[in-house]
Design a protein around this ligand. Structure first.
Ligand SMILES: Cc1cc2nc3c(=O)[nH]c(=O)nc-3n(C[C@H](O)[C@H](O)[C@H](O)COP(=O)(O)OP(=O)(O)OC[C@H]3O[C@@H](n4cnc5c(N)ncnc54)[C@H](O)[C@@H]3O)c2cc1C
Length: 452
């Protein structure tokens, strides 16, 4: 039986970051993976979707080139080549992770793992692994609707849609959360007729009401049919698909994408075989990411908290530090949300509604992209930056809606993580002309109102 200091189950952004971090700290480490190295993020999530979104952004810019005094003719989106380019990017990154494993002497064990005791892991088709510590980073998988079954052909999951051969003429997206809205924005940019069916009363309910209503307005202006407070009831397969929605509406479309959320993969731990507990479909951990079994940690999508790649990687480092005796607790209040719709939406900390409910003295300052020289010259003047603070200038939250939001939020994450007071943050000088000036202007408005 091979003996390790650490065995990691899953090679997604939780698992591979944990493995590389641990071996840099001299732990003899292996990663057990039953599928493709890199997990959801690299193979079926962040990377492939953002590769498509980047291609679509270029198509849109070239199509609209005359706005910038450039004439381009015969512009067309070659979806097949976008798919091959996406595959190429994914392959390069997957090979990169495997190369890093080899370079850092992390053993990659191929097979399905099962925690069979506090310090033993069984792997399908492989000898058992003996380990001092285990990190379960088994991630999540697509959730299905009871009434509309995914057939991987016409009715697709987010995994399936990444490998379709042709751009659908029309598509209905069931679920208007982050993933659904990113796909809606992508297919609308590429020219498909898109309908979103969302059960709650607004798109991306995890963002502020203002951001989701603004996104809905922009989507509708671009021709996306947004059906909120609506339930997808059934799909009838004829020459085209007929999707029935609550209220008696029927939509004829070529493809249906189901994106109603993800469920944690927890089959690799059986409560009867070890002290690891599950609750609400996720593995239970404490603030140190330790399960009920002292030497077994769990991180990423399979435990509570936002289902995001950078949260999984953050968990990985917290879990490893705790194993290494550098005791740390997780704190998810500084994890950014990044949404790659067009325009982008990003936030950190509390949204406006939550801040107002928790802090009656919460103050809010907003600056529109319309006031930014850089946004204007880029023809991207739709959006806002919003700073939310308390009466003493502590940062409660920041939300950015507009071009470059997902990159710009990094400054707010740094400020919030460092507990900088808004008054001090406002004194930092931002380059001109840059989009980051929208944050600077919102900070100045905040200070002018709070400290006249
Ligand atoms: C379409 C889509 C777009 C997304 N876009 C973004 C984005 O832009 N930004 C962002 O931050 N997040 C995004 N996410 C979410 C992100 O992909 C996940 O939060 C992230 O991958 C979670 O990482 P993880 O390491 O916890 O799990 P995963 O990446 O899911 O990896 C888990 C791995 O464990 C393996 N595994 C499971 N059980 C076993 C077992 N018993 N034995 C061996 N191996 C096992 C699985 O095969 C898998 O490879 C997106 C997700 C989707 C679906």
């Amino acid at each position: 039986m091979t003996k390790y200091d650490l065995a990691v189950i899953g090679s997604g952004p939780g698992g591979y970051v944990a493995a590389l971090y641990a071996c840099r700290h001299k732990l003899k480490t292996c990663v057990i993976e039953k599928d493709l190295t890199g997990g959801t993020c690299l193979n079926r999530g962040c990377i492939p979707t953002k590769s498509f979104i980047h291609s679509a952004g270029i198509y849109k810019t070239v199509k609209e080139a005359s706005l910038y005094g450039v004439e381009a003719s015969g512009v067309r989106a070659d979806f097949g080549r976008m798919v091959s380019r996406k595959n190429d990017v994914v392959l390069r990154l997957r090979t990169g992770v495997e190369t890093l494993f080899r370079a850092n002497k992390v053993d990659l064990v191929k097979g399905e793992a099962q925690v069979s005791g506090p310090n033993t892991i069984s792997v399908s088709g492989q000898p058992d692994i003996s380990t001092k510590y285990t990190i379960v980073a088994s991630g999540s998988s697509v959730m299905e609707l009871p009434n509309i079954k995914i057939d991987h052909n016409d009715i697709l999951s987010s995994d399936d849609i990444l490998d379709i051969k042709d751009l659908p003429e029309s598509i209905a997206i069931i679920g208007g959360g982050v993933i659904g809205c990113e796909f809606a924005s992508l297919f609308n940019t590429l020219g498909s007729k898109v309908t979103i069916v969302e059960f709650t009363e607004r798109l991306i309910p995890t963002q502020s009401r203002e951001a989701s209503k603004k996104l809905e307005m922009i989507f509708k202006r671009r021709g996306i049919d947004v059906l909120v407070s609506s339930k997808a009831e059934s799909v009838e397969k004829r020459k085209v698909l007929k999707l029935s929605v609550s209220g008696g509406k029927t939509i004829e479309i070529q493809k249906v994408l189901i994106s109603i959320g993800r469920g944690a993969n927890t089959d690799c731990v059986k409560e009867s075989k070890c002290g690891v507990k599950k609750d609400g479909g996720r593995i239970v951990v404490d603030d140190h990411l330790q399960t009920g079994e002292r030497d077994v940690y769990a991180i990423g999508d399979c435990v509570a908290g936002p289902m995001l790649a950078h949260k999984a990687s953050y968990d990985a480092m917290v879990a490893c530090d705790n194993m290494l005796g550098k005791i740390r607790k997780v704190n998810y209040s500084n994890i950014p949300n990044c949404i790659w719709t067009d325009p982008e939406i990003a936030s950190v900390g509390m949204g406006e509604e939550e801040a107002k409910a928790k802090y009656p003295d919460a103050r809010i300052a907003k600056f529109p992209y319309l006031g930014s020289g850089k946004a204007l010259l880029m023809e991207k003047s739709e959006g806002f930056a919003k700073i939310i603070g308390d009466a003493n200038g502590a940062i409660l939250g920041v939300e950015i809606f507009g071009e470059g939001a997902c990159d710009l939020i990094a400054e707010a994450v740094l400020a919030k993580t460092s507990n900088i007071n808004i008054k001090d943050w406002a004194r930092s000088v931002h380059g001109h002309p840059t989009l980051s000036e929208v944050l600077q202007e919102a900070l100045h408005i905040f200070c002018a109102n709070a400290y006249p």
